[in-house]
Design a protein around this ligand. Structure first.
Ligand code: C2E
Ligand code: CA
Ligand code: CA
Ligand code: CA
Length: 280
């Protein structure tokens, strides 16, 4: 290798070492975060175009570490997935959401749903369904108010067992959304194999819908056509401008999520969106 290549190699290994050092630092702390009450949830409003109002929220996990400060989920969820910690933290998330839904109902809010991200590792864990049933029984939350979001990476797992689990969830009344649609490496056949009611279209296609030469628009048109044929409700992710919203509306998208509606916010702020009209 030439000299600069050699230097680059040293640079990269140093970077990698720093990264894994950082991961170790985070890993050491993350496993106590649940016990220490350092996790909390934020909720991002999801706007329905036909109802002309916010009808749903996505739950997003946050970690405020007294030592590391605010750490984003993309930095700590993979660490939780490395051993089975995601199962415990994931159950905690579902329980908090169930309690939050009941609280909002007591405050007089109705006709809304809340989505929860479920890691594939968590879904495939032997106690998952039992844990969910326990939470439903103990909190009295109505299952029809819950939507579980699953990513395409589920196809890397045993598809028959995934199918059984999702069908069981459906049978108790919990609905399923396919998250980040269009970004994975899986084929479209996942849509045939698993029982989804919602399709969340990844931000990647929304981002450039006005600026690229029409590619995003063409792909989105196809995606929306497929979703419509399969009777899936579409949720467009990462909508940041009014122009994007209007374009997506014209193309027939059902629901919109993104900074244009609202960033993820604390529960007290999120719930106020249910009584707001006229975002568009
Ligand atoms: P995701 O499920 O795709 O969640 C959407 C992400 O996009 C969130 O990032 C959200 O804050 C961000 N976002 C929403 N609207 C916009 C927008 O208009 N523009 C841009 N640029 N971004 C937007 P966040 O909260 O950092 O979460 C990242 C990922 O972490 C999530 O991606 C999800 O995969 C994972 N995650 C978050 N909470 C949980 C959880 O409770 N359990 C599991 N298993 N995963 C979670
Ligand atoms: Ca999600
Ligand atoms: Ca997503
Ligand atoms: Ca994503």
């Amino acid at each position: 290798a030439n000299k600069s290549g050699g230097n680059q190699f040293v640079y990269f290994t140093e970077q990698l070492a720093k990264e894994s050092e950082n991961n170790r630092r985070i890993a050491k702390k993350i496993y106590q975060a649940l016990e220490n009450d350092e996790f909390y949830l934020v909720y991002q409003p999801i706007f329905s175009i036909s109802v002309d109002q916010v009808v749903s929220f996505e739950t997003l996990l946050r970690w405020k570490s007294p030592v590391l400060g605010e750490v984003g989920p993309v930095d700590f969820i993979p660490l939780l997935e490395e051993n089975d910690s995601i199962v415990k933290v994931g159950s905690w998330v579902i329980r908090q959401v169930a309690l939050q839904v009941k609280k909002w109902e007591l405050e007089g809010y109705k006709d809304f749903t809340v989505t929860v991200n479920i890691s594939v590792k968590q879904l495939q864990h032997p106690t998952f369904l039992r844990d969910v049933e326990t939470i439903l029984a103990e909190t009295f939350v109505e299952p029809r108010m819950l939507i579980f979001e699953i990513t395409e990476s589920i196809v890397a797992q045993n598809i028959d067992s995934a199918k059984r689990i999702l069908e069981t969830l459906n049978s108790v009344g919990i609905k399923i959304a396919l998250d980040d649609f269009g970004t994975g490496y899986s084929s479209l056949s996942i849509l045939k194999m698993l029982p989804f009611q919602f399709m969340k279209v990844d931000r990647a296609f929304v981002m450039e819908v006005e600026s690229d030469g029409g590619e995003s628009r063409a792909i989105l048109k196809g995606i929306l056509e497929i979703a419509s044929g399969l009777e899936l409700t579409t949720i467009m992710e990462g909508v940041e401008t009014k122009e994007q919203l209007l374009l997506l509306k014209e193309m027939g998208a059902h629901r919109i999520q993104g900074y244009y509606i609202s960033k993820p916010v604390a529960p007290m702020i999120a719930v106020e969106f249910l009584s707001k009209k006229d975002k568009v």
